[in-house]
Write a protein that binds this ligand. Structure first.
Ligand SMILES: Cc1cc2nc3c(=O)[nH]c(=O)nc-3n(C[C@H](O)[C@H](O)[C@H](O)COP(=O)(O)OP(=O)(O)OC[C@H]3O[C@@H](n4cnc5c(N)ncnc54)[C@H](O)[C@@H]3O)c2cc1C
Length: 333
């Protein structure tokens, strides 16, 4: 089986990874930009939806399936690539939180949790929740996929597919890439690429990176309007805005200043002079909140792996398995 994947973010790379795990050897990944540089590079790497109990059931299931696989998943990637993606069970503190709902969800799913009521409002602590350093994970995945023989082509904008029920190739107008099956891992560009407004569209998120000067393992924090992700080397990520309806992926001064002020309110050591970088990315927003994983409704050999919105990393291990389950099932029909 020959597969072409459009998109080299986490959705495309994990599709290539899982296809390879199931024995598919002829895989090409295409991207219009330098590889793995869009939403997947820009993200925070929190391995949990923000308050998973508030998500629709299918997202919760994808998360819980993924959560149980993180240790093995990241260990395999590190072992095979030789690159440490900095997967870290640092814990997650959430405040404010609807305690009863959170507590009963954690108990129902066997997730360790603690309530601390030292401040004005109670705080939920999830000691086993983890982060991954997403740019390093992408680097590790690119490296191991190259070792496995996956071909990568960047700088090729793939044209929308023709109005047919089966694809034989995709093209950027100059070259053609033939395959038996195609995966649209096209992120925020999916509605535009397939000319269908029901598919994922962009929601911009801006980020600030601080150098706190304090290394070591510290829990991530989610507050009302901001989250903090402390990396082991002392860097701290603060995010993020939610801005629909724009293709502009540059950080803007006003939003960045607000993020800096909110970060300082949560941790007084995060002062403006400690900012080392700012950036923004376009999340693939799917209107009903549920990622699209499976066959396209019209094109029989096009599979969608997109619309993970704020959860591209935390849903990833189970999401790429579901995708390849759907592909194999239909190939063997
Ligand atoms: C600021 C921010 C913070 C986030 N924090 C987290 C977090 O803490 N935890 C978490 O799990 N998730 C987080 N996310 C969400 C996560 O990053 C996304 O869900 C995930 O990266 C989406 O991956 P993707 O591969 O679908 O999209 P992308 O990484 O955007 O990749 C899609 C690729 O498709 C390519 N493409 C599209 N159309 C074409 C075409 N026609 N031809 C060629 N190439 C094409 C694009 O160039 C792009 O490289 C965050 C996102 C942002 C922006």
């Amino acid at each position: 089986m020959k597969v072409v994947i459009i998109g080299s973010g986490i959705a495309g790379l994990s599709a290539a990874w899982e296809l390879g795990n199931r024995g598919v050897r002829d895989i090409t990944v295409l991207d219009q930009y330098p590889l793995a540089t869009r939403a997947s590079w820009a993200g925070g790497g929190i391995l949990s939806p923000i308050c998973p109990w508030d998500y629709p059931e299918p997202v919760q299931r994808l998360f819980l399936d993924s959560y149980r696989q993180y240790d093995d998943f990241f260990a395999r990637i590190q072992h095979e690539s030789g690159i440490d993606p900095e997967y870290l069970r640092c814990g997650l503190r959430i405040q404010p939180v609807v305690l009863e709902k959170a507590r009963s969800w954690c108990s129902r799913h066997g997730i360790r949790h603690e309530i601390s009521a030292t401040g004005k409002t109670p705080e939920l602590f999830l000691p086993d929740f983890a982060q991954v350093r997403n740019p390093r994970l992408l680097k590790a995945m690119l490296s191991l996929l190259r070792q496995r023989g996956v071909r990568f082509v960047s700088g090729v904008r793939i044209q929308p597919p023709p109005q047919e029920h089966r694809l034989t190739y995709v093209t950027d107008g100059q070259q053609r890439w033939h395959a038996d099956a195609f995966v649209a891992a096209t992120g925020a560009w999916t509605a535009r690429w397939l000319g269908d407004s029901r598919l994922p569209t962009p929601v911009k998120g801006q980020m600030v990176l601080f150098d706190s000067g304090k290394s070591g393992v510290r829990p991530m924090r989610i507050a009302e309007r901001i989250y903090l992700v402390p990396r082991q080397d002392g860097k701290v990520l603060a995010g993020s805005t939610l801005e629909p309806g724009t293709w502009d992926s540059l950080p803007k001064q006003q939003a960045i200043e607000t993020l800096i002020a909110e970060a300082a309110a949560l941790d007084s050591t995060l002062t403006p002079d400690r900012v080392v970088a700012t950036w923004a990315g376009l999340r693939p927003y799917q209107p009903d909140g549920i990622p699209l994983v499976g066959r396209h409704e019209r094109i029989s050999n096009l599979y969608l792996h997109c619309g993970h919105y704020r959860n591209g990393f935390n849903l990833n291990p189970a999401s790429c398995q579901r995708l390849v389950d759907a592909m194999e099932l239909e190939q063997s029909d």
